[in-house]
Design a protein around this ligand. Structure first.
Ligand SMILES: [Zn+2]
Ligand SMILES: [Zn+2]
Length: 134
């Protein structure tokens, strides 16, 4: 919790118990959760927690640079820690999102005068579990 408080402070987020629970869940599980997944996991721990509270807090975390929203084909947004930077492998069969080492574009991958601020690379395919069950 002390580490989380420090991180919040560095990003200008005021700590609250619910905020810390939400961030701690995402950091610990590393499961790229949706708002619903976070809510279901935490509702027994925080009686006053609502879906709206979870949504508002993850939105704040995104705004403050602590989380990134992932681009998935599902309608529901999934969230991930902004740091450390890494890329993703999305399984087309089971939909699981796997962390893979960060893939960055080299200089020259965008036109002259453009500036890259954030790189999200997604590889798509079949994960080993799905391949073995083919
Ligand atoms: Zn799979
Ligand atoms: Zn990730």
């Amino acid at each position: 919790m002390v580490e989380i408080k420090k991180k919040f402070k560095a990003h200008g987020v005021t700590p609250s118990i619910q905020r810390m629970l939400i961030y701690q869940y995402i950091e610990k599980e590393r499961n790229h959760p949706s708002v619903d997944m976070i809510y279901s996991a935490l509702k027994s721990k925080a009686a006053t927690l609502s879906r709206t509270t979870v949504y508002n807090n993850v939105s704040l975390f995104v705004e403050k640079g602590l989380l990134i929203p992932l681009l998935t084909k599902e309608a529901e947004t999934r969230y991930d820690l902004a740091e450390p930077a890494h890329s993703h492998f999305v399984c087309l069969k089971c939909g699981q999102i796997y962390d893979i080492p960060s893939m960055r574009c080299q200089s020259g991958c965008v036109p002259d005068g453009f500036r890259v601020q954030n790189t999200q690379v997604y590889l798509q395919g079949l994960c080993s579990r799905c391949r073995n069950n083919e």
